[in-house]
Design a protein around this ligand. Structure first.
Ligand code: ATP
Length: 639
């Protein structure tokens, strides 16, 4: 291919002011990033590229950010990439004229659709040079592809992909395919993109070179922390990027604040092992204990226009899952509330017995397009926090104050809406009694939270030590449950003939964008579970493991699955393992971590696979456990 040889990526990576950014320029940056593992180097490549974009084509900055994190829009809008490989293979075959059989054979061997697309391309003689791809064009086409639905959508998708593939040069096909597949896998984490964005904004200021080195460093750090914090409050680049371009870092905080209608990332809690952990952590600090309700997190928004919305833990709009709750929301707020954001748990409720029902009952509710007349499981909303009220963000107010406003501005309605039950004693005996009571009331345990001062603000998206969770069964020494992705299964034998007999599970590493194998599991399933899982998962079988599955040599299930299901798992403990890859490189440079005696607890359909327990958390749990069991370390490798 004479043309693609004559223009290297680096050359086609430059462009003139006002021109659309060439896709090649982004791909060149991706290539640089992929070729190094050094964090600072990665940041530097991206910052340099973003500065060019800001200086030459600022109107493309937003799109460049989205392509760098491989998303199409804010999460709550729900438009996603992740095109199945059969469609992508078809597009490659049709656009290159290569035989499907050969492409499939390559895929079985190489496992990376991006590489296959790239190699297939450069074997093709080109008669004329198609127009180079630009960022706006690629982004728009990706969005169009993701939005297509209906009968003929498959063919339309293939056609659109083909058209782009024909225009790809050099490595473009590789990154395009990976974008379409839903995983870029160049080692670029979203938090790095956020930091790069902040730094590039600072560094594109006209007079910036006049600052001393120290001052500059301070400015860069400050900028990164501002953008990070604004993003967790308002996870919407559509608003943040234009505000940054217009008002710099200083203007950002005023321009972008928590806004009803845009779900913020929920604050998360830190696990504890014993009630005494609470006293150790909160010595001399005022704290409160609340019931930890076992349902589904619900963030309830009332917008200034009077409309209401319910969002899930994942920022998904759940309003049409809860039409019954939506209908009643108006009653819960007093008339002097014009807008608000509540943090709550939606819990299954027995209207006759007037009591909480276990999570399993809630999980039988349909998730989408629920009709009111079909609802069998009633729900009561337990609210534990007020994050926004009448035009003002309360995130920086202490919990004591937020709770006071919550009680003042909202009303309990029997069996429909209630304040989370709380207790303020710091006596361990009282806490124990409250814990037992919570369990008797069908709750999972307690949440223990700081009350006053700067230590009691609401920290969006953080797993904070200002919120501790005490689950009833930690106390038996089992530890926190873990949420894992199902990536493969073993054919069932004997009693399990006809269903899968066991499964291969993985945790997620967001930095490397890969699923890392962690254990096999075969216990904890009821017969019904086994049937349900088989029926559901056989729809997600894929011919080969994804290239972003990090596997040990012996991880060889009979079938592979696309990463779609998250399961909550409990185990006896964690151990270093030569067979599995979870958290590899964190605790040990070659070995991963595995779970001993894993048991299935439940399906977590409120978590996406990317929200599964992370490699970092697995490593942390492993290390915590070592601290607690120095004396009797009996852990040994699994398998
Ligand atoms: P993660 O900690 O990763 O969110 P998880 O989703 O399994 O894990 P848990 O460990 O069960 O969450 O604990 C936090 C969850 O508990 C919250 O996300 C919320 O849904 C629920 N919850 C129930 N009662 C409360 C309460 N009083 N305060 C805060 N959260 C509560």
């Amino acid at each position: 291919d004479m043309f693609s040889k004559s223009t290297s990526n680096a050359e086609s990576a430059s462009w003139k002011k006002g021109e659309p950014v060439p896709y090649a320029a982004l791909c060149h940056t991706f290539e640089q990033i992929e070729d190094t593992t050094k964090r600072l180097q990665i940041l530097d490549y991206l910052v340099k590229f973003l500065i060019s974009v800001i200086k030459l084509s600022p109107e493309s900055l937003l799109t460049v950010i989205y392509l760098s994190i491989n998303k199409l829009c804010p999460e709550y809008e729900g438009l996603e990439l992740g095109i199945g490989e059969s469609l992508l293979l078809k597009a490659i075959a049709e656009s290159t004229g290569r035989e499907m059989k050969k492409i499939k054979a390559d895929y079985a061997e190489i496992g990376d659709l991006g590489v296959i697309a790239m190699n297939s391309r450069s074997n093709q003689p080109t008669m004329f040079k198609p127009k180079a791809l630009t960022i706006p064009h690629v982004f728009k086409t990706l969005k169009d592809i993701a939005s297509l639905t209906g009968n003929s959508s498959q063919k339309q998708k293939v056609d659109k992909i083909k058209l782009m593939l024909v225009s790809c040069r050099n490595k473009e096909a590789k990154y395009l395919m990976r974008s379409l597949e839903g995983k870029l896998r160049i080692g670029l984490a979203e938090r790095t993109v956020v930091v790069a964005l902040a730094q590039a904004i600072v560094l594109s200021r006209p007079n910036i070179t006049k600052l001393s080195k120290e001052k500059m460093q301070l400015e860069l750090e400050e900028a990164a922390s501002v953008v990070k914090s604004v993003y967790s409050e308002l996870p919407c680049y559509d608003l943040i990027v234009p505000a940054l371009l217009k008002g710099d870092i200083k203007g950002l905080k005023d321009a972008c604040k928590l806004t009803p209608g845009i779900p913020l990332k929920p604050m998360l809690a830190h696990p504890t092992k014993a009630l005494t952990d609470i006293l150790d952590r909160f010595e001399n600090i005022a704290f409160t204990c609340e019931y930890k309700y076992d349902g589904e997190r619900a963030q309830i928004h009332k917008l200034e226009d009077g409309s209401m919305r319910i969002y899930s833990r994942n920022s998904e709009n759940m309003s049409n899952k809860y039409p019954d709750v939506m209908e009643r929301l108006g009653k819960f707020a007093t008339p002097n509330t014009t807008s608000f954001v509540l943090d709550c748990e939606a819990v299954a409720w027995d209207r006759e017995q007037k009591c909480i029902l276990p999570f399993q009952v809630l999980s039988t509710r349909k998730r989408k397009d629920v009709k009111e007349e079909d609802i069998k499981v009633q729900v009561c909303i337990f609210t534990f926090d007020l994050l926004y009220l009448n035009g003002e963000s309360l995130l920086r107010e202490p919990l004591a104050k937020r709770r006071e406003l919550l009680l003042e501005y909202f009303n309990e309605v029997d069996g429909e809406f209630a304040f989370a039950k709380s207790m303020n004693s710091t006596q361990i005996e009282d806490i124990q009694i409250f814990l037992d009571q919570s369990v008797a009331d069908n709750c999972e345990g307690l949440m223990v939270k700081t009350l006053n001062g700067t230590e009691a603000t609401y920290e969006p998206s953080k797993r904070s030590r200002n919120w501790l969770k005490v689950k009833k069964d930690y106390l038996a020494g089992v530890g926190d449950s873990i949420d894992l992705v199902v990536i493969g299964a073993y054919v069932g034998r004997g009693k399990r003939t006809g269903v899968y007999g066991g499964y291969l599970l993985a945790c997620y590493d967001p930095d490397r964008e890969e699923y890392q194998s962690i254990c096999k599991i075969g216990t904890g399933f009821s017969e019904q579970d086994l049937e349900d899982h088989h029926k559901d998962l056989k729809e997600h079988v894929i011919p080969e493991p994804k290239s972003y599955y990090m596997l040990g040599e012996n991880n060889k299930p009979d079938v592979w699955f696309a990463p779609v299901r998250v399961w909550e798992i409990k185990c006896a403990d964690l151990s270093v393992s030569p067979v599995y890859k979870a958290a590899v490189g964190i605790v040990d440079s070659n070995k991963g971590i595995s779970l001993r005696f894993p048991r299935f607890i439940r399906l977590r359909d409120d978590k996406t696979p990317e929200n599964a327990t992370s490699s970092e958390q697995i490593a942390e749990m492993y290390n915590d456990q070592k601290l607690n069991t120095v004396k009797n370390d009996t852990s040994m490798g699994v398998d």
